[in-house]
Every structure is written in C-alpha cells, then in structure tokens.
Design a protein around this ligand. Sequence first.
Ligand SMILES: NC(=O)c1ccc[n+]([C@@H]2O[C@H](COP(=O)([O-])OP(=O)(O)OC[C@H]3O[C@@H](n4cnc5c(N)ncnc54)[C@H](O)[C@@H]3O)[C@@H](O)[C@H]2O)c1
Length: 352
Amino acid sequence: MEKLKIGMVGGSRATSYGSVFSNNPKTEVVALCEVDEEKLAENGKSFELPDSALYTSYEDLLNADIDVVVLGTPIPLHADQVVKALEAKKHVLSEVTAADTVENCSKIVDAVRKAKTKYMLAENCVFMDFSLQWKKWIDAGRIGTPFYAEADYVHEIRHLVEDKWRANRAPMHYCSHSLGPLLYWMDDYVVRATASGKHHSLTPETDGNIDVQVALFETAKGATIKVLRSSVALREPGLCTYSIMGDKGFLESGRHGYDNIGLRYFDGLDDKKQETRIAVSASDIEAPPEARLGGHGTSEYYLAQDFLNAIEFDLTPTLDVVRAMDMTVPGLIAHEAAMKGGVWMDVPRITD
Ligand SMILES: NC(=O)c1ccc[n+]([C@@H]2O[C@H](COP(=O)([O-])OP(=O)(O)OC[C@H]3O[C@@H](n4cnc5c(N)ncnc54)[C@H](O)[C@@H]3O)[C@@H](O)[C@H]2O)c1
C-alpha cells in the first residue's frame, strides 16, 4: 500500500498526531493548515514542510493531494470541517469532542453515512494503556456485569476559558475524556441525563467558567454513571480518575494524574481481606520510544494505529461515528438539564 498522505489542521493537537504519523511507516505528513501565520511557519519548519504545503485556507488544504485530515481545531468548527473533508473524500481523524451542539453532531452523522471514507473520534483516553487493559478484564467478565461507573476530570485552564472559544464550552460539554472510556468498557450508551452546576466564582460569567458540573447518566443496559467536570477548579495536580463496579468486583484508578496506583477486586481471584493494588498508566512500557510522541503516554500511538487499520482493511474504527456521538451528545444534554435546574432529560441516540 502507498503511504497515506496526512494533512494536519490546527497547529497544536493536529501536530501532536502529526508527530505520531511522521514516525509511522504507513503514513507521511505532507501538509498543514493553520490560520495563525506565525504558528503555521513555526510548525511548518518543525515538520520540514515546504512553503507550498502550508495553508491558511481549509478549502485549499482539501484541494491538495492528501488522503487524511487530522482535525485539531476548536470544537465549534468541527462539524463544518468534518462534513467538508468527507465530501472531499478524505478520511477524518477528529479531535474531541465530536461537535458543540446536537444539531452539529447530526450533520456529522449524515455526512459519515454518505461517505466512503472513514471518520474516527480521537478520544485518546480510551487508548491509554490502563484503559485497554481494563477493557480486556471487563470483557472477560472479571467484574461481572457493570452497574455503576464514575469519572472525574478537573483540568484547570482558566487562562484559556477567559476569551477563546472555550469561554462558551460548559464543563459537561467536554465529557468525552471521562464518559468515553466508561462507555467503551461497558459497551453501553446513555439514555437519560441530569446534572447540577451553574455557579460562577469567576468572571466573565460564561458557560466555560462554571465552577464545576456533576452529571448523572442512566445507560441503555440500566447502569448508573457519575461524571464530575471542571476547567477552572484549582485542583493541583489535575484530577482524572475512573472507577467501575460490577456484580463480581471493581476497578478504580488513583487520584493523581494519569500514572498512579489503583485498586481492583475480582471475585474468586483476589483475596477479600487484602487490597489488590494495580498500576494505572497511560503508557505501555513495552512500546517503542516513538510511541510516546502524541503527548498522553502511548494513547495517541495506539489510537492512530486503530484508525490506520480501519482505512487499510476497511474496518469500522473503534471510535466510529456511533461511539463518537455516544461520547459527545450526553454531555450536551446534561448541561441543558443543569441549566433547567437539574431535570432529567432523555438523550437521543442520533445514530439510530
Ligand atoms: N485529546 C486531548 O488530549 C486534547 C487536548 C487538548 C485539546 N484537545 C482538542 O483539540 C482541539 C483543539 O484544541 P486546542 O487546545 O489546540 O485549541 P486552540 O484554540 O489552541 O486551537 C487550535 C489551533 O487551531 C487553529 N485554528 C483555528 N481555526 C482554524 C481554521 N479554521 N483552520 C485551521 N486552523 C485553525 C488555531 O489558530 C490554533 O492554533 C479541540 O477539539 C480540543 O477539544 C484535545
């Protein structure tokens, strides 16, 4: 197979994936689109791209000789850019979340249905080493049937929510790093949501500056999920923690960053009287050094491999449009529920 030609859009997260694709024998990074000319030149230099491969216009990039668009732009731009890329017959790897409104999510779903090329959501937490390991344990029945799961994600980025697009991104709109892995492990989706959280300690009083939101979700299989989110709470280091319980045991990560010590109990395997500690890490220690170039352990490396396999062997990517929407829409609805005072709302499965 000829090398797939990668076009990066957005000189930050797209270039993180660019570093991964530059070191993959099946791909070559051939173009970059970035509206900030300084960033364009800087990133063009580090990827050793000629000036002719640097674009400030997205439409011009889509007319270039590329096979894949790696989308690392602000979330409100995703729907329009994904639709245009699929219409131009490009494969799309899109940063999280899928889109900023349910209506925009539906536009992506329609475009994916018509397209012959692949679309995948780059929810990297799903591909962290511990997540892939937990998925194997859960699928093998080690914790039995999951009935409860929770995830907290507190990442203080006050300087970014002040004036950029994140000013309007409610905490729960950015739910895929938390909800995503839980649904992936449970092989489930959300049917109802409620949430609390509309208070601001900080100004301006935009949705992005809401102190914290906590959502409860009910899933199609009858499980309950709790997610806590904040972009402004001063919890240092950042909080990113996961826990899942089933009728035969549980798995729980520690509360410090992505690399920590967690706990598990597997009925019939572990001693009830003794804590069973597990290493929880974003990185696969056996992976080659280039596997860490994406920024979050080895997650981007394995995610990129999944996406490339889907293209090469015409498979459904692990985070296809169905999972992309399952990991995005509940957060949009939960925020709406919080604004209505914490009512329960049905979550439409827009891919049905
Ligand atoms: N998976 C992760 O761990 C992770 C981490 C951070 C951000 N993200 C996601 O990555 C995406 C980008 O986030 P960010 O923090 O880099 O945001 P950002 O605001 O820094 O924007 C990214 C870049 O896109 C450029 N850009 C804006 N409009 C453009 C256009 N029309 N064409 C080309 N370039 C354009 C900006 O100039 C900027 O350099 C979002 O979807 C965000 O949620 C994911």
